[in-house]
Design a protein around this ligand. Structure first.
Ligand SMILES: N[C@@H](CCC(=O)N[C@@H](CS)C(=O)NCC(=O)O)C(=O)O
Length: 230
């Protein structure tokens, strides 16, 4: 049994989708990041960066429990455990990892900033708004070029690189993206969105979700609570 400590956000969805795609048994434990659950000592003990997702697999590689944080590392772990969605040859594996790194190093963080400065910032800061909107558009162009040459990011097959990027593309409108300008990326998006395991993964923990509108949650995520010295 795998315990996934998570919340229905893009980084959480990635792991929920992978667990569903692989048919693994798991239990989803809500960490309400708007209420500050990510700062509890119990969670920080295995997720020291105070972010979801994290997993505890009772059946680790050596038969002993293993705890992991960082969604990219969790996807690689689950791919290794099941032999799925990483590619078969060494070449395919490195190509998958390359696009997974593109997501964890850029496509997630930069789109998160675009979303933040377009939607959550208490005032419009033109410089930040434009910088991250332009960077979002540039990153979608990178996807568009890749996906105009092949079905999926790492080649002909669906991999953890696609699983990692897809949940971020669900918020494209809030990132300043117009799908009409990225037809191949939209084709890729619709293809993944139609997968039953993806739809099941997207449902995980969603009954707990609340809109991020209250000032207490915003302080926890973006203000004094987040940056208080611990
Ligand atoms: N690099 C991390 C990022 C995880 C992340 O940013 N998680 C957000 C939700 S999508 C979170 O837990 N935020 C809570 C906080 O910042 O306190 C990963 O890929 O797992």
């Amino acid at each position: 049994m795998i315990d996934v400590y998570s919340w229905p956000t893009p980084n959480g969805h990635k792991v929920h989708i992978m667990l569903e795609e692989c048919g693994l048994s798991y239990r989803a434990i809500p960490i309400d990041i708007g209420a500050g659950d990510q700062f509890s000592p119990e969670f920080l003990a295995f997720s020291p960066n105070n972010k979801i997702p994290a997993i505890v697999d009772a059946d680790g590689p050596d038969g002993k429990p293993i705890a992991l944080f960082e969604s990219g590392a969790i996807l690689v772990y689950l791919a290794g455990k099941t032999g799925r969605f990483l590619g078969q040859t060494d070449r395919e594996k490195y190509q998958t990892l390359q696009w997974l790194m593109f997501q964890v190093g850029g496509f997630g963080p930069m789109l998160g900033q675009a979303h933040h400065f377009r939607i959550y910032a208490p005032e419009k800061i033109d410089y930040a708004y434009d910088r991250y909107t332009n960077e979002a558009k540039r990153l979608y162009q990178v996807l568009e070029k890749q996906l105009s040459q092949q079905a999926y990011l790492a080649g002909d097959d669906y991999t953890i690189a696609d699983i990692a990027c897809f949940p971020w593309a669900r918020s494209s409108a809030n990132q300043g993206i117009d799908w009409a300008e990225y037809p191949q990326t939209k084709r890729w998006f619709d293809d993944i969105d139609a997968r039953p395991a993806v739809q099941r993964g997207l449902q995980v923990l969603t009954k707990h979700r609340k809109p991020l509108t209250d000032s207490k949650s915003k302080d926890i995520l973006f203000g004094q609570t987040q940056y208080a010295k611990k």
